[in-house]
Each structure stands twice: as C-alpha cells, then as structure tokens.
Design a protein around this ligand. Structure first.
Ligand SMILES: Cc1ncc(COP(=O)(O)O)c(C=O)c1O
Length: 395
C-alpha cells in the first residue's frame, strides 16, 4: 500500500529517539530522560487551582463542543495578557488551538504554497521545519550570532521572491537565547519591508532568568505579526493541550488570515472545552508557581552548565530562558556525528539526550540538547555519567 510522499519529510528527533530507548526499557535498565521538555514529568506540578477548574468544568457538564475560535472568556483573558506584554490584539484576533503545535500547523497551512520558503533560526524547534516541508515548502535556516542575537544580515541574504515568513522563537528552543528589543525591531522592520509574515513563538515568555523579556508586541506596530503562545510550559498543562494564535490587530495585511485561520479552526471543530475553562483560571488565578519554578530552574541551569563546562570535549553557553542546554561537542575520532554520540552515550549510560542535528543540520550538528528539569540529584547522576563516558571515550 502507498503512503503519501508529503509525510516523508516529517521528523521529530525529540520523540523519534524514544523508539531507540524503548528496547532498553524492556530490559529493565535505568533510564534518565533528558530528551523531552515536559516539566510536569519532573517536580513541577500543575497548580491546584487550575486542576480544580478542570474538575469543576467536567462536573458542571461543560463537556460539549466549544466555539471553533475558542470560548469568549478565554479569548478575553488572553487579550489582557498579551496587551500587557505590548501586543495590540482584540478578542476577534485570538484563536484557541489544541496546543501551540496545532496553532503552528494552522498558521503554516495558511501561508505556505508549494516551494514557498520559510526562514527560521538555526538551530530550530523541529516542528517548524516538519510542517513547512509537509505543506510543500522549504525551511531556510538563518544564523544566530555567537552572543545569541539574530543575525539580521544573514536573513537579508537569504530572502528570495519565494520567501513567505520569518519565524522567531523567543526564548529560543533549543538554545535558550532571549532576544533584545533592538534585535527584534530589526527583524520586524525586515518582515514589514519585504511583506513577510513574522511568526513569533513565545511559549517560554515567563521562563526567563537574567534579563527582562521583551514581547514581540512591543515592536510590532503595523507589521504582519502572528504570535503563538500556550499553557504547556508556564502553567504546567502539557498533557492538556491548549495554546493560541494572536494576529496583530493593527496589521491590515493580516486580513486574509483573519478569514483563513478560523476556517481551519472550524474544520477541526474546536479545542478541548474543560481545558479552556481551566486555562481562564490559569491566567486569572495566582501566578506564584511561576516565580518558584524559575528560581528552581535557575539553580539547575547553573549547576548543569558548570558541570558541562568542566568536561573535556564539551562547551556550553549559559541559556537565558526556557529549560534546555545545547552544548557543542568535540566529536574527534570517537563518533561519526552527533547522532552516533547520542546513541553511544545512551547505550553506555542510559542517559537519553537529543542529537543537535535533529534541530537542523546546518547549525545543530556537533551539538546535543538536554533538559535541566530533573532534580539536582538526578542531574548530578547524569553529569557524573557523562563525565565518565567522555573520559572513557577519550582514553
Ligand atoms: C518552541 C516551542 N513551541 C511549541 C511547543 C509545543 O507546545 P504545545 O505543548 O503547546 O503544543 C514547544 C514544546 O516543546 C516548544 O518548545
């Protein structure tokens, strides 16, 4: 039987690597999972008031199909949050999705034709490239500076008549970079000048350690900005699947999308209703879990980065946001590439990371990505294993 050609470009290294780990799970060997960015799998739990709101919604028979674009009370709460971050958005320009993942799918489905090009940071979060390929487009990676900023000249050199959109993830996954206002302004100006959509993913907006986070809305003005955000990370609702799309209400150039994206929202009927009601309480209720989470993560980041930089053959920049490290490796003669390194490291130690090339071969190769979500004792164990493994491999 045939399968569609368009699915052949779909990859997701973060989860694809689990297929390899499954064989070890069967053997009963201990595995330390540093591959998936899911804080709820570690000691970061969904706050009680959000859980109660979900339970109440179900018990109150709020179990029917919701409005396709999302329930009005959640769209309103999102408008208030994003207005506060600087984005000019009104209720009608918010569409609720089953996670940012579905929102990204709807946005890319709406803007890509066969052979369209979409500019994205190298390295990138894998679904950006996968969805672009799925819709027949071509992902084009642009470079990030050594200091972490976006290399705007590199974007300029890669814009072509086929370019449709520029994507930014801020804070970035997998590098944890946080972009400053001047840098963001330059990218916005570029998008506006070349009639490109600017797709900005701010799912880690509240997980920032060392500096002030600047929302894309602060510099958007009338530019065709599409913001993606959601509840998985800051509100610890990964398993519940809730996210949203905001279209910059000041932008007239987004008019066709204002009709198009809701059409896609109607085809998939609606987002999960009880979860949307819980998401309202996430935004309106106490926010103190975020401060506790960021403080805990900062300690774990500092520990992990220090340990990584003390290992021969590994260099790691300290990330400013999110919960990932993306260290560079000296592969030497021990490993053919970063994928072989990750598999060898896992087979020898049971520590599961992700190959950097899974985030784009141009800028991701010779790296690996690990989460620093586990408690310090688990991180210590993982770092001891890595140190020992690197010593043995060099011997
Ligand atoms: C940059 C980025 N966007 C989107 C997602 C997925 O978000 P959601 O759980 O809302 O689908 C992730 C998950 O790791 C992410 O890192």
């Amino acid at each position: 039987m045939k399968v569609s050609e368009r699915t052949s470009g779909v990859e997701y290294a973060i989860r694809d690597i689990i297929l390899h780990a499954k064989q070890h799970e069967k053997s009963g060997k201990e595995i330390i999972y540093l591959n998936i960015g899911d804080p709820v799998r570690f000691d970061f739990k969904t706050p009680d008031h959000i859980k109660m709101a979900l339970i109440d919604a179900v018990n109150n028979e709020e179990n029917y199909y919701a409005e396709s674009e999302g329930i009005p009370e959640l769209r309103k709460a999102i408008v208030e949050k994003e207005n506060e971050k600087g984005l000019a958005v009104v209720d009608e320009d918010v569409i609720i999705s089953n996670g940012v993942s579905e929102g990204l799918d709807m946005v890319l489905a709406s803007v890509i034709d066969p052979n369209s090009e979409v500019l994205m940071p190298g390295p990138y979060y894998p679904p950006y490239a996968s969805y672009v390929k799925f819709y027949g487009g071509k992902p084009i990676e642009f470079q990030l500076h050594q200091n972490g900023g976006i290399d705007v000249d590199d974007i300029i050199s890669k814009i072509s008549p086929r370019s449709r959109a520029i994507c930014i993830i801020n804070p970035n996954n997998p590098t944890g970079e946080v972009f400053d206002k001047k840098n963001l302004q330059k990218v916005i100006d570029l998008a506006a000048e070349h009639d490109l959509y600017l797709i900005c993913d701010e799912i880690y907006d509240k997980i920032v350690f060392d500096e002030q986070f600047v929302g894309i809305g602060r510099v958007s003005k009338e530019a065709p900005v599409i913001l993606l955000n959601g509840f998985s990370k800051s509100y610890l609702m990964t398993g519940w699947r809730c996210g949203y799309i905001c279209l910059n209400s000041e932008s007239k150039r987004l008019e066709p999308l204002r009709t198009n994206i809701p059409k896609l929202a109607r085809v998939r009927i609606a987002s999960n209703l009880p979860v949307q009601l819980a998401a309202v309480q996430a935004l309106r209720g106490p926010q103190d879990h975020i401060k506790t989470m960021v403080e805990k993560l900062k300690r774990r980041r500092d520990y992990t980065v220090k340990r990584l930089n003390s290992i021969d053959g590994i260099r790691c920049k300290s990330p400013h946001g999110a919960f990932y490290v993306f260290p560079e490796l000296d592969l030497g003669r021990s490993w053919k590439d970063d994928k072989e390194f990750v598999l060898d490291f896992f087979d020898s130690t049971g520590v599961l990371t992700v190959n950097g090339s899974g985030f784009g071969t141009k800028y991701g190769s010779s790296h690996f990505r690990a989460v620093y979500l586990p408690s310090e004792d688990v991180l210590e164990k993982a770092m001891d294993k890595l140190e020992d493994f690197m010593k043995r491999s060099a011997a």
